[in-house]
Design a protein around this ligand. Structure first.
Ligand code: GDP
Ligand code: MG
Length: 163
């Protein structure tokens, strides 16, 4: 069985766009409406000349209608719990939000290896975005633009090193 990497984060941070970039597919639903991806969605990242790994795109941790206790949140949690590595996706443009803080709190409880992935760094200062999330205390931080395929190869290498 391939090792499993889970994409976790609040709605609209770009999980599905990152899923597509990693799996080079258009399978995941990408939408401007938060919470469009309701179910778990699996794919395979097959980097050239490197080991493959499975990727699961989770729905938003908290749909506005259901909060952290809802069914979508439970799906995302169980995906994170069964993963070999969690990629905690945040939005570099919007910076840290209260919902990110909440997700971080339960991610710490799952105690899975976790990399902080700061997405949407196209056209913004990546270092400033890193500074904004420095208080989260991650050793592993990667900045990417999923929409523009920036930083994706680094993210793949960093993930493989942790699997
Ligand atoms: P999800 O809810 O976390 O799955 O987020 P989506 O992948 O559906 O993306 C939400 C919105 O953010 C969409 O409008 C995407 O086009 C946009 N988006 C995703 N990644 C990036 C990125 O790297 N840069 C920018 N500027 N927008 C992005
Ligand atoms: Mg999605």
């Amino acid at each position: 069985m391939l090792p499993l990497v889970a994409l976790v984060g609040r709605p609209n941070v770009g999980k599905s766009t990152l899923f597509n970039a990693l799996t080079r597919s258009r399978d995941a639903l990408v939408h401007d409406e938060p919470g469009v991806t309701r179910d778990r969605h699996y794919g395979v990242c097959r980097p050239e000349g490197k080991p493959s790994f499975a990727v699961v795109d989770t729905g938003g941790i908290a749909g506005e209608d259901e909060g952290l206790a809802g069914a979508t949140a439970r799906q995302a949690r169980s995906a994170a719990e069964e993963a070999d590595l969690v990629l905690f996706i945040v939005d570099g443009r919007e910076g840290a939000s209260a919902l990110d803080d909440e997700i971080l709190a339960w991610l710490r409880k799952t105690a899975r290896p976790t990399t902080l992935v700061i997405n949407k760094i196209d056209g913004i200062d990546a270092q400033a975005a890193r500074n904004d999330f420095a208080r989260y205390g991650f050793n592993d931080v990667i900045t990417v633009s999923s929409a523009h395929r920036q930083g994706i190869d680094e993210l793949i290498d960093s993930s493989l090193a942790r699997l």
